[in-house]
Design a protein around this ligand. Structure first.
Ligand code: ATP
Length: 358
């Protein structure tokens, strides 16, 4: 297992000066800890696969260095990086049994037979393949084949890192949560450095200790799922994480008050001069509804999604989403809202600004 350092890293696919010379990744400087479980999260085209391929060695970056512990591996080919990879679609040997497939990476490296047997049995149990160990891979469902791929990715104990590129795409939806949980358990058990690419926030948040959020080729936040939810560092994170995402309202900031037009919203901290486009962010789940007073919001629509209701409302022309528990029918009319001060984030030109603690 290794600590992974990305130093001054950037990548463009076409040479500078050519038509398509824009950067797929802009400057990245980060250290990923040995044994950490990271998810690379972001929408299509944000640079997740490019970054993963730079770490695996499939792509040589146009700028910067990749280090595994203190070794510079920037120019080292994939097969010499001692990593395991699991791709979107299963990579299995159809003519081999499940047992032979799982044993293959170990046999290749000359491990003793009894050790191989023990390791294969352990992985098969953890990934739910014990019953199928002697079945030929070609007879199995796509789900089971992808389980073999996952198992093969995990089977070697001494790898620098295990890289997953959207590994649950072909998995049946009801099995996804089960496999995510198993992967997390495997991480806890073996402590490998794991990097997991996905565009699915639920997958990222349930798998990773730290989520690396990419936006237009740049890392905009690395944090725990809770950090990304409670304190998004960039409005894009606020908007991308959550369903619906964070409400963002244009406001001017004056000390410990945010002014939404003429309405004053108290903040938990005081702010100095905040330049640029200023906004406040509040999660739909954090907005409180009061009997009267507060901020008057006009109900436009109510979506009942079983365990909660999403209210679409208007506050002085701003669209606002509010998440409420099930309850009395809301109908139409006005809601009286309160934004708890400690749940409000302040942004200037899309980036979060910290207030001074009072
Ligand atoms: P997806 O989830 O759709 O795979 P991604 O987040 O993994 O997206 P990348 O595939 O890394 O994003 O792509 C980042 C940017 O680089 C995109 O603008 C993409 O069009 C561009 N790109 C990716 N591969 C190539 C390539 N081989 N040649 C030129 N441009 C590329």
């Amino acid at each position: 297992m290794a600590k992974i350092t990305l130093s001054n890293l950037a990548h463009r696919y076409a040479p500078l000066g050519s038509q398509a010379s824009s950067y797929a990744l802009t400057e990245i400087n980060h250290v990923w800890q040995d044994g950490g479980a990271y998810a690379l999260l972001g929408p299509s085209g944000c640079g997740k696969t490019t970054l993963l391929n730079i770490i695996s060695g499939l792509i040589k970056p146009s700028q910067g260095r990749v280090l595994f512990d203190d070794n510079d591996v920037t120019g080292v080919p994939t097969e010499q990086r001692d990593i395991a990879q699991v791709f979107q679609f299963p990579v299995v040997y159809d003519t081999m049994t499940v047992r032979e497939n799982l044993a293959f990476p170990l046999k290749n490296r000359g491990m003793a037979k009894p050790d191989i047997q023990a390791r294969v049995a352990l992985i098969a149990e953890m990934i739910g393949l014990e019953e199928l160990l002697d079945s030929k891979a070609r007879r199995l469902s796509p789900d089971a084949k992808q389980k073999i791929s996952l198992g093969r990715g995990m089977v070697r104990e001494s790898v620098n890192a295990i890289l997953f590129d959207e590994p649950l795409t072909v998995i049946d939806p009801h099995l996804k949560w089960e496999l995510r949980t198993q992967l997390k358990a495997l991480h806890r058990e073996f402590g490998h450095t794991m990097i997991y690419v996905t565009h699915d926030q639920t997958e990222a948040m349930t798998f990773a200790d730290k989520v690396v959020m990419l936006h237009e080729g740049r890392i905009v936040q690395i944090g725990t799922p809770e950090d990304l939810f409670e304190q998004p560092e960039h409005t894009f994170v606020g908007h991308f994480i959550g369903s619906p995402g964070m409400n963002l309202l244009d406001a001017s900031i004056h000390g410990d008050l945010a002014m939404l037009g003429e309405r004053a919203v108290p903040l938990a901290s005081a702010y100095g001069t905040v330049a640029g486009r200023t906004q406040i962010g509040i999660r739909p789940e954090h907005i409180r509804v009061m009997a009267d007073g507060g901020l008057p919001a006009e109900i436009r629509a109510v979506e009942n999604v079983g365990h909660r209701r999403i209210v679409r409302a208007h506050l002085d022309g701003h669209s606002l989403n509010i998440v409420l528990p099930p309850g009395e029918p809301l109908g139409t009319g006005t809601l009286h809202l309160q934004f708890p001060p400690d749940k409000i984030n302040v942004y200037a030109d899309e980036w979060r600004v910290a207030g001074s603690i009072r």
